[in-house]
Design a protein around this ligand. Structure first.
Ligand SMILES: [Fe+2]
Length: 185
């Protein structure tokens, strides 16, 4: 399964939805983190791109979420490493490999950065700074559904300090801000 096939599969299920944008954001962050942690950017990126592809049918069924995706990915011949990472991000497989841990940490981070960008007058990542994201993380009412501890786990799970981790993800997302709907008005 190459990137084009994965994106086609994702779009066939989720169209141009916020979930598709979220998957593209995770792909971008995973590619950059692979570079930082010595992984294969194509492999890590693919894991990010497909990780939520079953949310068209599992959005209200978190017990089945990623189990359906794993089946679809297996049928499409996706590598076992990708399937494990997808399952792992919803606690359906143990997270042992760096790519599996990275996906779990990246998942809430992209949502939080998106929320932090959209509340700005610019509605864009272009003038968003890491310091402002960190400040928002301390405001419990802001994007309250996002698990801060899972983001901060970058230190324990990946050995990357929060400041650097947020910088890597912010840069990755900003590079494709147009595709993510974060290029501003
Ligand atoms: Fe996700």
């Amino acid at each position: 399964m190459n990137r084009d096939e994965a994106l086609q599969l994702l779009r066939s299920r989720l169209g141009d939805s916020a979930t598709t944008a979220h998957c593209l954001a995770c792909e971008a962050c995973m590619r950059k983190l692979a570079g930082r942690l010595g992984g294969d950017p194509d492999e890590w990126g693919l894991a990010g791109l497909v990780h939520d592809l079953d949310l068209d049918v599992c959005a209200n069924d978190m017990e089945r979420h990623t189990l359906v995706a794993a089946q679809v990915l297996e049928e499409k011949g996706a590598p076992a490493s990708i399937i494990r990472a997808v399952l792992g991000h919803n606690d359906k497989a143990e997270r042992t490999a760096p790519m599996e841990k990275a996906l779990w940490v990246v998942d809430p981070t992209t949502g939080f950065i998106t929320a932090a960008a959209l509340i700005r007058p610019s509605k864009s990542t272009s003038d968003l700074e890491v310091g402002s994201i960190k400040k928002r993380m301390k405001d419990k009412r802001f994007a309250a559904a996002v698990n801060r501890d899972q983001i901060k786990a970058c230190q324990a799970e990946l050995g990357i300090e929060l400041e650097e981790f947020l910088g890597i993800c912010l840069q990755a997302m900003d590079e494709i801000r147009g595709e993510l709907g974060l290029a501003g008005a």
